[in-house]
Design a binder for this molecule. Structure first.
Ligand code: ADP
Ligand code: MG
Length: 288
């Protein structure tokens, strides 16, 4: 199903509690984004969903509202599980879920990601969590140690599923899915959904509805420029472009960690306020 993106729809058309509707209003969510309008009715009907939409289209609230709509805060067990590719994304998702959960008393949302000690996570799990947001490796560690019980999961979300596969997490996800209750609802969110992934995921999902929202910006609204430079000129060319265009903020993507470091050093040497972000950094540096 492919949905046009220009028909605004109110959250009030959904079967949500008045507390949730008021909360969404207070968050400034006046109408549903296209992916929310297309997926939430299916999610709230307990269908398994494969949702494809670009970054920034409000996918977190789509699955977050779905998890919270059927959450029982009086039952201290993991009812919602969200698996994300990186720690940073897990933190972002947990923050958004906390904002969405403001309208329900005593919802405990726990992040389980690598790079921090196991022990405090185990202690938090012992205290009980309703929703866990996790990266695959750390979650598998907990499953292996029996420090988490996923048999009570009602909603399993695989967020940024394509990126998790790209990062080599497919086998981990198979293990995580196997640890979850077979009676769960499964929601898969992805920017792309290639055929091999469709094949691989078949066993995770039960008669899923596929929803795809086309990119909202026409390509004509984004100007793309291509500069051909030699490898030796490359870092210098980036600096020159920044001086020429003077953007307030910029993201530069490099294909290796080494190149990230080199480019950052070059930009800093030219007086540009630049920092590098890549996998090997300490968690503190990454958060910064
Ligand atoms: P995605 O996961 O699709 O990349 P996010 O879930 O991170 O996108 O949402 C992007 C931003 O949009 C967030 O800042 C979120 O708070 C905001 N947002 C989500 N839903 C709505 C809505 N219905 N109205 C306004 N803003 C929204
Ligand atoms: Mg997202």
């Amino acid at each position: 199903m492919t949905i046009p993106t220009d028909t605004p729809q109110s959250f009030a058309s959904l079967a949500l509690s008045s507390a949730m509707l008021a909360n969404l209003e207070s968050l400034g969510y006046r109408e549903m984004t296209a992916i929310q309008a297309a997926s939430l009715p299916e999610i709230l009907q307990q269908r398994d969903v494969i949702a494809q939409a670009k970054t920034g289209s409000g996918k977190t609230a789509a699955f977050g509202i779905g998890i919270l709509a059927k959450l029982n805060p009086a039952y201290f067990a993991v009812q919602g599980l969200v698996v994300c590719p990186t720690r940073e994304l897990a933190d972002q998702v947990a923050n958004e879920l906390r904002r969405l959960a403001r309208c329900i008393d005593n919802v405990k949302i726990l992040t389980l990601t690598g790079g921090t000690a196991m022990r405090p996570q185990i202690a938090s799990l012992e205290h009980g969590a309703h929703i866990v947001v996790a990266t695959p490796g750390r979650l598998l560690d907990h499953i292996g140690r029996n420090s988490i019980n996923l048999g009570t999961v009602q909603t399993l979300v695989l967020d940024e599923a394509d990126r998790m596969v790209d990062m080599g997490f497919y086998e981990d996800i198979v293990g995580i899915v196997a640890a979850c209750s077979p009676r769960r609802q499964t929601l898969l969110f992805s920017a792309t959904y290639p055929d091999d992934m469709r094949q691989a995921n078949q066993s995770f999902l039960r008669d899923p509805v596929e929803i795809k929202v086309e990119a909202q910006h026409a390509s004509s609204q984004i100007e793309q420029l291509f500069f051909m430079v030699t490898p030796e000129e490359r870092n210098q060319a980036v600096a020159q472009l920044l001086f020429a265009y003077r953007p307030t903020s910029t993201l530069a993507f490099c294909n290796t960690k080494i190149h990230c470091r080199e480019l950052t050093e070059e930009l800093q040497a030219q007086g540009i306020d630049a920092i590098a972000l890549y996998g090997d950094l300490e968690q503190r540096e990454r958060d910064e």
